[in-house]
Design a protein around this ligand. Structure first.
Ligand SMILES: Cc1cc2nc3c(=O)[nH]c(=O)nc-3n(C[C@H](O)[C@H](O)[C@H](O)COP(=O)(O)O)c2cc1C
Length: 346
């Protein structure tokens, strides 16, 4: 599989990024029509977090499979969990194209997809046929047309449809591509949002289902500290850090102009790693073990994942590295993790 991807990658990378994405997706859909072998995951990879047992600490971050279309394929690659979405309550097309750009020399992607979503009803219907043995999280967002002050209504509509079909829910308040969305991270907006969602969770009898919050990397440390206190006192189950960044300084000088010409959007991949880690370390310090944290942002190797776990994260997620490295990356990360662990054992 990795060699095949190396072979077709130059071809894929000749195409416009979204076309290549669609072609890759189509290949995955084709692959999952065949009888796929179950991945052989070492039992020592098992990870426990927020009351769930994951076959591996490594998951697929939100945004790649927004509509839960390729779950058997992701499972066959060996992911311990897949976060589907972002799902908006009502269908919406997202931003006009082009809205996805690759920077292969730096292992980075810029996107302003803007929550292209089939809507919660369609995705909920598809989830009824989800494969067993894979943990699925539902990442929820609000429709672009919904004003921030009515955001709770949108998250609630999506939650009612999606929550009964998944293992955990992540509230996305950190995409930079939906105007105003990140303002929901401010304590004054976050408190009512979280308490409203927890009330709904109770009303639906889903108290045992983890509710997570996904954060941006572009927050000051004081803001992170304040968010942690709101999150802990609200009673949610954990945090995911981080989403993409608006910080263009992570792009090397020689590529600045090129990236600027692409226009607005969030950056992900290698260059995000240090920034995302700094945010996570601050969150972990403020959390003091009170809630688990899922690491995301610039991770791309077994060493990266091992470091995130050693820092104190309960799980790790990848997206951009998978685009550049191909599906064999999941297996390689697992092998590296096991190798690193065997070396560190006395
Ligand atoms: C093309 C693209 C689309 C994304 N869409 C979403 C999304 O819909 N919801 C979300 O929470 N995060 C989304 N993300 C962010 C990723 O889930 C992840 O947080 C971010 O890319 C950092 O991880 P990475 O460096 O491993 O890619 C998207 C990322 C990319 C590259």
């Amino acid at each position: 599989m990795p060699n095949l991807y190396r072979l077709i990658r130059p071809l894929l990378f000749c195409l416009d990024a979204e076309r290549a994405h669609n072609l890759g997706f189509w290949t995955g859909a084709l692959a999952q029509r065949l009888p796929l072998p179950d991945p052989e995951l070492a039992p020592t990879l098992t990870a426990d977090a927020f009351g769930l047992r994951f076959p591996s600490p490594l998951g697929l971050a939100a945004g790649l499979d927004k509509g839960a279309e390729l779950l058997p394929f992701w499972k066959s690659l060996g992911f311990g969990h897949v976060e589907i979405g972002t799902i908006t309550p009502r269908p919406q097309p997202g931003n006009p194209r082009p809205r996805l750009f690759r920077l292969p020399s730096e292992g980075m992607i810029l996107n302003r997809m803007g929550f292209n979503s089939e809507g919660a009803e369609v995705v909920a219907g598809r989830l009824k046929g989800r494969p067993s043995g894979l943990i699925v999280g539902g990442n929820l967002g609000k429709n672009k047309a919904t004003p921030e002050e009515n955001a709770l209504d949108d998250y609630a509509v999506a939650y009612r449809l999606i929550a009964p079909q998944v293992d955990y829910i992540a509230l996305n308040v950190s995409s930079p591509n939906t105007p105003g969305l990140r303002k929901l991270q401010a304590p004054a907006a976050l408190k009512p949002l979280l308490s409203g969602m927890l009330e709904l969770r109770k009303e639906m009898g889903l108290e045992a289902q983890p509710l997570l919050l996904k954060l941006a990397p572009d927050l000051a440390f004081e803001e992170l500290d304040a968010i942690v206190e709101v999150a802990v006192s609200s009673g949610i189950s954990g945090l995911i850090a981080t989403n993409t960044t608006l910080d263009r300084s992570i792009v090397s000088l020689e590529n600045h102009q090129k990236v600027e010409a692409w226009g607005p959007g969030g950056l992900s991949g290698k260059g995000l790693a240090a920034k995302a880690r700094a945010v996570r370390l601050r969150l972990l310090q403020a959390l003091k073990g009170r809630l688990p944290l899922v690491a995301c942002g610039g991770l791309g190797s077994g060493e990266d994942v091992a470091q995130a776990l050693a820092d104190g994260a309960a799980l790790a997620q990848i997206y951009t590295a998978l685009i550049f490295e191909g599906p064999g990356l999941v297996r390689r990360i697992h092998q590296e993790l096991l190798h690193l662990r065997s070396r560190s054992q006395p």
